[in-house]
Design a protein around this ligand. Sequence first.
Ligand code: ATP
Ligand code: MG
Length: 264
Amino acid sequence: MSRILAVAGKGGTGKTTLAALVLRHLLRAEKGPFLAVDADPDANLGVMLGARPEKSVGQVLQDFLEQKLSIPQGMPKQQWLELQLNTAIYESKGLDLVEMGRPEGPGCYCSANAVLRDFLERLSENYQAVVVDNEAGMEHLSRRTAGKIDQLFMVSDASAKGIRTVLSLLELIDELKLNPGRKFLVVCRAEKLDPRLEAQVAKLDVEYLGAVPQDPNIVESDLSERSLLELPGDSPAVRAVAEIMAAAQAPAQVEPVAKVMERR
Ligand SMILES: Nc1ncnc2c1ncn2[C@@H]1O[C@H](COP(=O)(O)OP(=O)(O)OP(=O)(O)O)[C@@H](O)[C@H]1O
Ligand SMILES: [Mg+2]
């Protein structure tokens, strides 16, 4: 069964960058293949991975709903749609990518949504791990991610406001009954979290994995539109993500009773 890793959090904090760095790490550390899912309608993950799918899943679905694709005679509609959805998979060595595209238009496309979820769920089974990059906020997660999330990486900056947002995200996760296997916090574009904020985080129901520093090589990759998969192994952010992934693999720390009591 494949492992589902999802990245979520506040806008502009470094979610997509982290998703790309996690994939870079997995490609070297584990046996693939891996699937990257760009669930942000404002798709960016492909650029950071040097992958450019021709169509998003949303586009395929839209074309289908508008009957732009003529269905061969005798073929059931659902089967035809599923075949077409396969054209949205961008394939490369060890790593494939799908872009979900714009959310479904107004009106009830419920049956189409169900097909989409089924498609993602079945597709995921072909991979060792799936990394899902999400748009800012959390509301979309339950709707646009198929299956259960094993590891949810919440991204924040190192500000007090950023950490407050993490608290709201945690509340929303509960409300949405997302129930991820493990909830992680990763602070991006910072050397570390101020001890006062770290003390606050320690009281939250989230495992703080560490910080990914501001990395000049990422700035350069962004400006020259180079894939983050090509970053050198000694790049500061790459190293930090290796440590973060090691911590994510380690067994969860059993929560001290004092911490549980304090939260109550
Ligand atoms: N560790 C880092 N070092 C240098 N630049 C970074 C780092 N992390 C992110 N950036 C830069 O910050 C900008 C925002 O990052 P990114 O797109 O990953 O954020 P995001 O949370 O996915 O944003 P959005 O909410 O718009 O999807 C990008 O230009 C990216 O190159
Ligand atoms: Mg993003």
